[in-house]
Design a protein around this ligand. Structure first.
Ligand code: CMP
Length: 136
């Protein structure tokens, strides 16, 4: 529970395409998360498959990897007190239909696939995911 905990955040293709990057970044900032790193990239399907390999046995894996590699994304390192949990609360439930009011996925998510943002779900995955995009 350190005040400088870090987590990985991704603004997915659906939100980049709809010019929602600044709005989403402002939500993180207003909620006391500092954007330590940020870059706009497009990844290959192989890279997406590596990133999401924890989901490789799931029926949605192939579509998920195609989707994440379908257009530009913003990858960010967010830092703050309990950043991992805080970011997950700010994002809301995976399915925008189930997300609480004023969460990013409720405000901007289109569907469970096009749910606008990704955030690390644990300290272990945060470390791996930050290394995946920023320590190569
Ligand atoms: P994300 O937080 O990026 O992690 C994995 C993604 O898989 C998730 O967001 C969803 O966009 C996507 N996904 C698609 N179908 C499902 C499903 N049935 N359950 C969970 N995640 C799903």
């Amino acid at each position: 529970m350190s005040s400088n905990e870090q987590t990985l955040s991704i603004i997915k293709p659906d939100a980049v395409e709809r010019n929602l990057v600044d709005e989403i970044k402002n939500i993180f900032i207003k909620n006391n998360l500092i954007i330590k790193e940020s870059k706009k990239i497009q990844i290959t399907k192989d890279e997406a498959s590596e990133f999401y390999k924890v989901h490789q046995s799931k029926p949605f894996y192939n579509d998920l990897c195609s989707y994440l590699s379908s257009g530009p994304i913003i990858v960010m390192v967010l830092e703050g007190e309990n950043a991992i949990l805080s970011n997950r609360k700010i994002m809301g439930a995976t399915n925008p239909k189930d997300a609480d009011e004023n969460t990013i996925r409720k405000l901007y998510g289109i569907s469970i696939d096009k749910n606008s943002v990704h955030g690390s779900d644990s300290a272990e995955n945060a470390k791996k995911e930050i290394e995946f995009f920023f320590k190569n």
